[in-house]
Write a protein that binds this ligand. Sequence first.
Ligand SMILES: Nc1[nH]c(=O)nc2c1ncn2[C@H]1C[C@H](O)[C@@H](COP(=O)(O)OP(=O)(O)OP(=O)(O)O)O1
Length: 184
Amino acid sequence: MQSDTDWAVEAVQHASSAPDFAIQKLLSGTHRKLLTLVVINDGARVLLGLKKRGFGAGFYNGFGGKVDPGETIEEAAQRELQEEACITAELKDAGVLVFVFDDQPQPWEVHVFTASSYVGEPAETDEMRPQWFTHTDVPFDSMWADDLIWYPYLLRHEYFRGVFAFRQTTKLAWHTMLPPSPDS
Ligand SMILES: Nc1[nH]c(=O)nc2c1ncn2[C@H]1C[C@H](O)[C@@H](COP(=O)(O)OP(=O)(O)OP(=O)(O)O)O1
């Protein structure tokens, strides 16, 4: 799978309310940092992890990280799921999120996957402490601000694409959600 997020550029261009920094950074053509995120969803509960260190420490999140050179996005998602939660799973594309920050030059492109089952036993690692949450009890107060916006799509099994602009790394300033592309 290739990164293909020209839709994100179009989305900010056509949104009159998009902040200038988001428009400029997405239009500048700066190479986007590719990341993955896996949320295991057994139908009633999601498996999240409390991030113990690094970017987003103290927040609950799915499992994932940067795509390494030479890896496909799905290979990276599998590797991070194994490294952070000690499990493997048959992954399904759930959506793509583009994050633009006023304090970082490079936009992020996060490819989100789900799985309804997995192999292995989720276990705490140096990076994450896994925990199950029912769909009605997802801890949004302790998660990235954008999660509240796109989790409903994920829980409905509806493919999503979104662009999110953050100030000072974590303050959500603006967002837009797009309808799925015809080939998704
Ligand atoms: N706004 C946001 N909302 C969200 O739900 N997840 C986000 C997010 N911004 C980043 N993420 C996810 C993407 C990715 O899974 C994770 C960040 O990855 P990391 O920095 O932990 O990468 P790595 O595990 O490769 O890092 P290191 O091993 O520390 O180099 O946080």
